[in-house]
Write a protein that binds this ligand. Structure first.
Ligand SMILES: [Zn+2]
Length: 281
């Protein structure tokens, strides 16, 4: 069943667990995430960035995720990850996406508020919830390189004001994670996260979770995080499956043969993360 992220995340918040949000790049990854969700009986968010949408079109991704949702016995959300302007966000909404992120985190506080408000207005009119971002999650994000800038944490007081003024439904926070592959072990700033959790009464979202140790993810879920994003590790798992198959079968030419292996790799990874989050903390 295709649902919005609103009811899923509110339930997660009430019952102290989190819903995994997995970036899918193609049909095989949609199939893999669906299999993992079915196997673990987990609600799931499948998401695409604007960069991914550029590859095949939002309509293609929506059609794939909708088909998965119709097969599924668990709730499935089709979410826009890091919508970076009004047009992209509204276009995904019109395509049928059931959850929209508008990321104005690179703008000034006031500009971020006004952009987020404008997207909330359109999406809420159609019953679709909006995730916003305040503070900068570090690392590489869809071609934008934040690795050289420092990683300023979300200011808890600003977060409370931001949520109040924009009416957004969930908030991505910068608490020490980064997009891409980590050098060394990331360290979440739990002081900042718990302060935000105290002041902000909507589900919090953790970005850049690939490579974050599971113990830290669990701690985040205890501290108000209800949506946990994984992207990089799914790509790694997918490509590892294909590489290994081709290495062992250099004459292979049927995409279905190595596609099955890649699907299995992504399924194994996402199922393990789903089991971690499904526990009620
Ligand atoms: Zn992100």
């Amino acid at each position: 069943m295709l649902v919005t992220s609103l009811e899923l995340l509110e339930d997660a918040k009430k019952n102290h667990y989190a819903v995994g949000a997995f970036n899918v790049e193609n049909m095989e990854m949609v199939i893999a995430v669906l299999k993992a969700a079915e196997e673990t009986k987990s609600p799931v968010i499948m998401q695409t960035t604007p960069g991914t949408i550029k590859y095949a079109g939002a309509d293609f991704y929506f059609a794939n995720i909708k088909a998965a949702a119709e097969r599924a016995s668990v709730p499935v959300v089709c979410h826009l990850d890091h919508g970076n302007n009004f047009e992209i966000a509204v276009s995904a909404f019109h395509t049928g996406y059931t959850s929209i992120m508008i990321d104005g985190s690179k703008l000034s506080f006031e500009e971020n508020i006004s952009l987020t408000k404008s997207v909330v207005k359109v999406c809420h009119a159609g019953g679709v919830p909006v995730e916003a971002e305040l503070g900068r999650v570090g690392g590489k994000e869809d071609g934008l390189d934040n690795t050289k800038t420092e990683n300023p944490f979300t200011d808890p007081g600003e977060a409370a004001e931001f949520v109040e003024r924009t009416g957004c439904d969930s908030l991505a926070v910068a608490v020490g994670t980064a997009h891409g592959v980590y050098k060394g072990v990331p360290q979440i700033n739990f002081d900042v996260l718990s302060k935000i959790h105290e002041l902000v009464n909507i589900p919090l979202v953790l970005h850049g979770t690939s490579g974050v140790p599971d113990e830290q993810v669990i701690e985040c879920i205890k501290t108000g995080v209800c949506k946990v994003n994984y992207a990089t590790d799914l790509r790694i798992a997918f490509t590892r499956g294909i590489k290994e198959y081709i290495k062992n079968n250099p004459d292979a030419f049927d995409p279905k043969k190595y596609g099955v292996v890649a699907i299995e790799e992504v399924k194994k990874y996402t199922a393990q993360k789903m089991l971690l989050m499904a526990k009620k903390f």
